[in-house]
Ligand binder design. Structure first.
Ligand code: F6P
Length: 528
């Protein structure tokens, strides 16, 4: 297409939301009118699905659950008065609690006020709070947030070292919808031990966000933790940013949660329109379908040209991939759906992998996130008539153009500035786009059966570890790994057994492995 035709296409397809100050440019996605017409019936179905979902239908048939994250920013839409009241009560509870913490009315026993917040959670119980904190926390927040989002002892040590003496003035927030996920449980146990070492009483500094009745809930209530906040059955982890999961840590840092909710609500209104061209989420879903043939054939590369949006791609990675990455469709056919998501930020990535995007394997489409306002306040010039922000803007334009010239498609989402309102709108935009796309390709976006397989396998590895340790302890001499496997009837898992023993040996856990490490089959294991 020549420049004039492209300029016309840009204008024909540009979506603009005045109140949010958001532009969506899909002109650099190559689809034609015939494709649009062919997609219309599919979209009619998707819009109907969304209406049913928002009305309280069982949108997650596997787990027989409603899907209600849209109600969180407009409780009036909740399907029952009880749910509406739950949502309002939770926000009130958060605000009351946070005000007391900020005033020092709720305080740690050994300090005047809480200075830090240690958030322990994983997946949807971490990624939203991490993204929002990095994007929106003030430079000097009322409370500094830290995250433990893994079962990595070294990672946990780093956080605890940084907190050091301030552990006594740290509010510990354990987030887990199910209340039984191993990683946050492990993080919590480690933090408990660290507090004990400093003679601190964990319950006096702990709060939890979890489903009422969960293991975590029972522990928190029976041990007298400071407070618990509910996570409802109808909120999924990856769509929980506007529930207590995201609102509580945001409010503790001094982020305006009402603006966050308002931005999402305004975007929800815009994305509820049953018309592709005037609905930005439908436009995104249309593009995803167009580039990947409705089969996820192209990866989604998220390129925000703004440092404080660097975690957007990680956040979207879970939202998109855990929602869309499914083996079967709703009719039980094997479809292996999904869209891969990755990215960091521009222009930094231009000096890393953008080379491949421009010239290499064309297996992706880019999504540029542009922020019009460079910074708060004026910018000085770094050369006559040019600021650093002008460069950043130029790099974005240049990369978009260079990609398109080489048949690489892109979407550009532009916002005026990064604030709680626009971040709320962005979250809501992508939540709805994922929901619509899921309907287009006929999959359940709200379960995650695949994750269970990994969890079960991990539990089996730990069981094998117990058995092998027992066997080793009762065996006074050295034993080869295959004999040990035979002894505990785990011949099929001999490789796993080797890796368990190697890990234990590397961590002085009583296991000694002798022999040539490059010949694992000949190693002799011994209990010391
Ligand atoms: O909040 P929970 O129940 O600890 O779960 C954490 C994460 O684990 C998953 O269930 C996947 O294992 C995610 O969907 C979820 O966000």
């Amino acid at each position: 297409m020549d420049a004039i035709t492209l300029w016309q296409r840009y204008q024909d397809w540009l979506y603009y939301h005045e109140e949010i100050g958001l532009y969506l440019d899909i002109s650099r996605i190559r689809f034609d009118q015939a494709f649009l017409e062919a997609m219309k019936p599919k979209f009619d179905g998707a819009f109907r699905d969304m209406e049913a979902l928002e009305g309280g239908a069982i949108a997650n048939p596997d787990e027989q659950r409603m899907v209600g994250h849209y109600w969180l920013r407009n409780p009036e839409l909740a399907p029952t008065p009880q749910i509406k009241q739950q949502i309002i009560d939770t926000v009130n509870k958060i605000e009351t609690f946070v005000a007391k913490v900020h005033k020092g009315e709720i305080k740690p026993p050994q300090a005047e006020k809480f200075t830090d917040l240690l958030s322990i959670g994983i997946g949807g119980s971490a990624l939203g709070p991490q993204f929002v904190a990095d994007a929106l926390a003030p430079d000097y927040p009322l409370i500094n947030i830290h995250f433990i989002d893994n079962s990595d002892p070294d990672g946990i040590d780093r956080i605890l070292q940084r907190l050091g003496d301030r552990l006594k003035s740290t509010l510990i927030l354990v987030i887990s919808k199910s209340g039984g996920t191993p990683e946050p449980r492990n993080g919590m146990m480690e933090v408990k031990q660290a507090l004990l070492k400093q003679n601190l009483h964990f319950p006096d500094q702990a709060i939890a966000t979890t489903q009422i009745g969960s293991k975590l809930y029972q522990e928190a209530t029976s041990q007298g933790w400071l407070e618990t906040f509910p996570m409802e059955d109808w909120i999924g982890g990856r769509t929980s940013e506007m529930s207590a999961v995201g609102l509580l840590p945001a409010a503790l840092q001094g982020i305006d949660i009402h603006a966050l909710l308002q931005g999402a609500q305004t975007m929800d209104i815009a994305t509820r329109q049953p018309d592709i061209k005037t609905n930005p989420a439908a436009l995104l879903a249309l593009c995803w379908y167009a580039v990947g043939g409705g089969r996820g054939q192209k990866d989604m590369v998220i390129l925000p040209y703004k440092d404080r949006l660097i975690l957007l791609s990680r956040y979207l990675q879970q939202l998109v991939m855990e929602s869309l990455g499914k083996e079967k469709d709703l009719d039980g056919n094997i479809v292996n759906q999904g869209i891969s998501v990755y990215g960091n930020k521009g222009s930094t990535d231009q000096h890393a992998y953008v080379q491949q995007l421009r010239d290499g394997v064309p297996n992706f489409f880019a999504t540029f996130i542009e922020v019009l306002r460079d910074r708060q306040g004026p910018s000085s010039e770094i050369e006559p008539g040019v600021t650093a922000g002008d460069y950043l803007s130029g790099f974005l334009q240049g990369t978009r153009e260079a990609l398109y010239d080489n048949q690489r498609d892109s979407i550009t989402v532009t916002i005026t500035e990064v604030n709680p309102y626009t971040v709320g709108a962005l979250v809501a935009l992508y939540e709805r786009a994922v929901s619509l796309y899921a309907s287009l390709v006929n999959i359940n976006a709200y379960h995650q059966p695949g994750v269970e397989a990994g969890k079960k396998a991990a539990a089996q590895v730990l069981e094998l570890q117990h058995q092998s340790l027992q066997a080793l302890r009762s065996h006074s001499q050295g034993i080869s790994i295959s004999d040990l496997a035979t002894k505990i009837d785990a011949q099929e898992q001999v490789e796993t057994l080797y890796k368990i023993l190697r890990h234990l040996a590397a961590n002085d856990r009583g296991v000694e492995l002798s022999g040539d490490p490059s010949k694992p089959g000949q190693l002799i294991a011994k209990w010391r």
